[in-house]
Design a protein around this ligand. Structure first.
Ligand SMILES: Cc1cc2nc3c(=O)[nH]c(=O)nc-3n(C[C@H](O)[C@H](O)[C@H](O)COP(=O)(O)OP(=O)(O)OC[C@H]3O[C@@H](n4cnc5c(N)ncnc54)[C@H](O)[C@@H]3O)c2cc1C
Length: 321
């Protein structure tokens, strides 16, 4: 029986939502093709995630525990996943598409001489490989791709699938791991996003654009996000002013988000921005220009001055809570 292996990423003691989405879709695909669904988990204490992983249907869990995984490092993750792939010998390997897996997937592809389908919006297994849709050209175009080969690696955009439980009892295999002496060593993290809510995983995102202008505007964004328990995002234009950190940038050269609810506030809707948020379920746009392109994709649009709208909106939402 061939194996479909899913890398289940963890952060701060929790499994990432995007990984559970991939695992859920992989389960339905593996069932259709009579494949074994397995999961790879790599953490300081990887086995503590076994119960949750098996509740999503993985029948074998390959776990590597090591203190080196306290912080993300490409080199150690590549080494760990290579070890698991050599052990599990999957024909398909899938993971969520995140900054953390971008380089990792490429390196695994090169070392295993595998076919790679990065950052797909959907995929399905075919008789001789994988067929996938990939957003390209800043997500303006969807390209249909197919891959064949003994090993196919896929990374999947978050929000592409719903996660759904399907409990089984899994066999947990602890894999021995001795990290190599890597050429690059992480000495110190000088800055961190300090996000209250992880932007890539957030269910609600309040995103600011150039229209937010100044610290008064930033405070209005912070107030709204606090009431909603939302993560704060930003367009590149407002990041470049220094008002929001680069880690908040959403778009082609920033993060890809897929929340249930996305507020685009003072954002025009340039294609490089929408590339990072088009998967949002409900989009609320606030912009004083009725012709701003963001309104073409918004579920709800408010035309007006954000400095007038936001205090009222936040106050009403606070009352509702
Ligand atoms: C290679 C490349 C990569 C890029 N990558 C990214 C990326 O990852 N992410 C990204 O965001 N951009 C990216 N950009 C930049 C992108 O092209 C746009 O310039 C940027 O998204 C615009 O940001 P904005 O909508 O905040 O600003 P603007 O386009 O200037 O829009 C500001 C909006 O605010 C509105 N506004 C102003 N004042 C108010 C007010 N008081 N009340 C309500 N509305 C108001 C205006 O009507 C306007 O629509 C990239 C560009 C390039 C060339």
């Amino acid at each position: 029986m061939s194996t479909f292996l899913v890398f289940v990423a963890t952060s701060d003691g929790k499994i990432k939502r995007s990984s559970l989405e991939v695992l859920s879709h992989a389960r339905s695909q593996a069932e259709k093709r009579g494949m074994l669904l397995a999961a790879a988990v790599v953490d300081t204490d990887a086995t503590r995630y076994s119960d949750e992983i098996q509740s999503y249907g993985a029948k074998t869990i390959y776990a590597i525990s090591n203190p080196v995984f306290k912080t993300h490092l490409n080199a150690s993750l590549i080494q760990a996943l290579s070890t698991i792939i050599e052990t599990a010998k999957p024909s398909i390997f899938a993971c969520a598409s995140t900054e953390a897996t971008k380089d990792v997937l490429g390196a695994l592809g090169a070392s295993f001489n595998a076919a790679v389908l990065p950052d797909v919006a959907s995929f399905e297994l075919t008789d001789n490989g994988v067929s996938a849709l990939r957003p390209v050209m800043a997500a303006k175009v969807l390209s249909q791709n197919t891959a064949t080969g003994d090993l196919i690696l896929i990374s999947v955009r978050s929000g592409s699938y719903d996660s759904a439980k399907s409990p089984v009892t899994a066999e947990v295999k602890n894999i021995g791991f001795q990290p190599s002496d890597f050429a690059a060593v992480l000495r110190e993290i000088l800055t961190s996003a300090g996000e209250k809510v992880d932007l890539s995983e957030a269910q609600v995102v309040v995103a600011a654009g150039r229209g937010v202008k100044d610290e008064v505007g930033r405070k209005l964004i912070e107030d709204l996000s606090e009431v909603l328990g939302a993560a704060i995002g930003a367009s590149r234009a407002v990041v470049e002013t220094g008002l929001f950190p680069a880690t908040a940038q959403i778009g082609q050269t920033g993060k890809v988000v897929s929340p249930q609810l996305y507020f685009a506030i003072g954002i025009s809707g340039a294609v490089q921005h929408t590339a990072g948020m088009a998967n949002s379920k409900v989009i609320v746009a606030i912009n004083k220009d009725a012709d701003a392109p963001i309104f073409q994709m918004a579920t709800y649009g408010l035309v007006g001055d954000l400095f007038k709208i936001l205090p009222l909106l936040t106050e009403e939402l606070r009352k509702l809570k």
